[in-house]
Design a protein around this ligand. Structure first.
Ligand code: KDG
Ligand code: MG
Length: 403
């Protein structure tokens, strides 16, 4: 069996998605997600110019060999563009292999470790009251875990807090980056009040999570972790930037609040020190940005040795293809923790028909052979690419900051 052709599909039903389709000489095809939010066309160029020509004629069943061919063979290892391109190939090849085997992907990975995949939804609000309403809406829908983010008095706009419930965090017409202004001081003073209010209204059972989006220094993160201990969070996410992995050692010394990190990681080596020191509790790498199933499986296995569990990134800027593959992975992976879920809009779901389903705050993997997600190319073509940017964050004095 050979790869007969492969091509990228870019579609923008409200936001951009990049999909790689690989077709074999026997007609079986697989698809992979290659979406890198705000840098989509860089991955398209990498795939079109350097990867696809080298795939033609290869045996699609040699997933491991193709992975190393693209990773080691390129000499230039790692990085989000490279690893998203490799991930798309890998995801499409696992889709093909599972279709050839006549099995849903989770079976090929090793079978079910669980029946259901617990997800967390996003509750955001301009202020604490609006945010509590959103938590309540999620609880009514059966969610057992909710990420809680609210506006902070004195800060006009914070990425991760929607202007209106359910809206994307970055405006769809953001051709170039919007600029936000950040105050750590105001944030740290306010945020414990939010979690006190959540526990008071919803009691102790609900799992609550919070994303700091890399905006703190280690000692500030330590202060926040300590302040939130009475509200026993499921996790505190991205409390500091993670390039310097030792920062987490400092945070860890000061707090028992569980820590999660990894949505911007693209390699096992981004997380190795964090995991081996047990400085984190959850690893958030995604299949799309971290080299696909083949590489993230290695990362999850390493994490498992140290009682670190998975909590994959699952925002709307990853396509349903990534989500579908992730749900199969989550169904199999022994050290599963939780899966993030932000609902895609109706057009996106129409372009990417899928067989996973959400029931009472849990995903259930489908039984179709493969990862269970397809693409309607005709419909995709009616939503052309539109450049879109993530925002930047500055301190009140104008200093460019983490976000
Ligand atoms: O593209 C960036 C978003 O996916 C990210 O900022 C969302 O932090 C995020 C999250 O936890 O989902
Ligand atoms: Mg995040």
């Amino acid at each position: 069996m050979k790869i007969a052709h492969a091509y990228t599909i870019v579609t923008s039903p409200g936001r951009n998605f990049v999909t790689l389709k690989i077709v074999t000489d026997q007609g079986t095809y697989g698809i992979g997600d290659a979406t890198l939010n705000g840098r989509e066309m860089a991955v398209v160029a990498y795939l079109d110019e350097h990867v696809i020509p080298a795939l033609i004629g290869r045996d699609p069943q040699r997933i491991e060999d193709i992975w190393h061919y693209l990773y080691r063979g390129a000499y230039w290892r790692r990085g989000p563009v490279t690893m998203s391109a490799i991930a798309a190939v890998d995801m499409a090849l696992w889709d093909i292999k599972a279709k050839l085997a006549g099995m849903p992907l989770y079976q090929l990975l090793g079978g079910k470790s669980r029946e259901r995949v617990m997800v967390y939804g996003h509750a955001t609000g301009r202020d604490i009251e609006a945010c509590l309403d959103e938590v309540s809406r999620h609880v009514e829908q059966g969610y057992k875990a909710v990420r809680v983010q609210a506006g902070v008095p004195g800060i006009e706009s914070i990425y991760g807090v929607a202007k209106q419930a359910g809206e994307p965090y970055e405006p769809a017409d953001a051709d170039l980056p919007a600029e936000h202004v950040w105050s750590t001081h105001k944030y740290l003073n306010h945020i414990p009040n939010l979690f006190a209010a959540v526990r008071e209204r919803f009691g102790d059972d609900l799992h609550i999570l919070h994303d700091v989006h890399h905006r703190l220094t280690p000692i500030e993160a330590a202060r926040l972790g300590k302040a939130l201990e009475p509200y026993h969070l499921f996790w505190l996410e991205d409390c500091v930037p993670a390039e310097h992995q030792e920062s987490f050692g400092l945070v860890r010394q000061h707090t028992t609040t569980p820590l999660a990190v990894g949505e911007v990681f693209n390699s096992l080596f981004d997380a190795k020190v964090l995991i081996e020191n047990q400085w984190i509790d959850y690893i958030r790498a995604t299949l799309t940005h971290a080299g696909g199933i083949t590489h993230v499986r290695r990362l999850a296995d390493l994490a498992g040795l140290y009682q670190v569990r998975t909590g994959f990134h699952g925002p709307t800027d990853l396509s349903p293809v990534c989500l579908g593959a992730a749900i199969h992975f989550d169904t199999w992976v022994p050290n599963f923790g939780i899966q993030e879920y932000m609902p895609h809009n109706a057009q996106t779901n129409a372009i990417f028909p899928h067989d996973y389903r959400l029931e009472e705050g849990d995903f259930i993997a489908g039984e179709q052979p493969g990862h269970g997600v397809d693409i309607d190319e005709t419909l995709a073509a009616s939503f052309p690419y539109k450049r879109a940017s993530l925002p930047v964050n500055r301190l009140e004095d104008g200093t460019l900051w983490h976000w």
